[in-house]
Design a protein around this ligand. Sequence first.
Ligand code: AMP
Length: 402
Amino acid sequence: MKIFVLNCGSSSIKYQLVENDSKKVLAKGVLERIGMAGSFLKHYSVYDYAVELKKPAHNHTEGIQLILKALVDNKIGVIKNLSEISAFGHRVVHGGEAFREAIIITKNVIDDIKKCIPMAPLHNPANLAGIEACMGLMPNVPHIAVFDTAFHQTMPAKAYLYGLPYELYIKYGLRKYGFHGISHQYVADMAAKYLGRNLSDLRLVTCHLGNGASVAAVKGGESIDTSMGFTPLEGLVMGTRCGEVDPAIIPFIMDREDMTGKQVYQYLNNKAGVLGISGLSSDFRDLEKAAECGDERAQLAMDIFSYRVKKYIGAYAVAMGGVDAVIFTAGLGENSPVIRKNICSGLEFLGAHLDTEKNNLRGEIREIGSYGDAVKLLVIPTNEEMVIAEETARLCANVVTL
Ligand code: AMP
């Protein structure tokens, strides 16, 4: 069964065509600069073709048309006909409380995703633009929405409610939702498989450390707490996002820097985090290089980042009454021995000892702790597209058997 997986941003579309039975990626790519001058498509196929096509895409519909054309192209295509695609799996960032799991998209589902726009004003409109474009172009195949928030819907009220008047939760749904759920769920499943244990018996701290970053406490396969909140701004210090700060700082900045609330929100999303601290870059590769050359603020940014992750690991170990494994994933978690070392130093009292040699190795899923440790330290490459493809296939199977 071939499934087309999409992750639509406001000006970009990332995609994969997945053969779900064999778990093979037939083609993948990214279309960038939608609605701007110079839009281009980078397309890779299973036959090792990599092409960059400079073609205008004024909107998501034109963008998806370009991608579908590439899939069936005589030279670079991987299928003969679009009818070979059995279903579309769409990543949706915010599903609010309405969606506890993936769902087949109907008009009502679209209306409910629209209701979540105030909570994800940057992401949900772009996700919807992709859904509507695909449904317009391919109306006769099932379209499935897979939510970043759904995995965290198992959090108890004591974890998801803020210390705010309860009416605000009732009136506006003001609560912690958490994000990166597709990734946290995937690496938790993979950790159980790797360790040869039942997920239902495990207490895991999953650290998704990329440009956006979050930690989750996964107990018995369910998320019981996570660091991101009402929006992806809460929690860890990230590439450009501040993570948790004293809320009193917001009116202070508005007053002293003469900004509106909206401007401060953008400032805390785009100019803060390790970029703001270092004054140099949001990319840890740049920070690591600069720190090696003696840049103190780059080093400080990395220290603040690692310290915050370490605090969450400690907090979640306590919240779960212990921890069996700490898992690192995403761009930084998978690729930076330096950051993993910073985070893991001090976890020895928990029973987790980083093995420096194993930490420096590259590769697929691997253990980086010392042999025989009570608490395992694992690096597990995330694969959100595969989760979306699997969820899409699962729901399509239900359609057939109904
Ligand atoms: P993601 O958002 O998961 O794609 O992660 C992207 C981020 O991962 C980049 O901005 C870098 O900060 C970080 N990253 C990726 N590769 C490396 C690497 N080899 N060393 C250090 N950081 C990396």
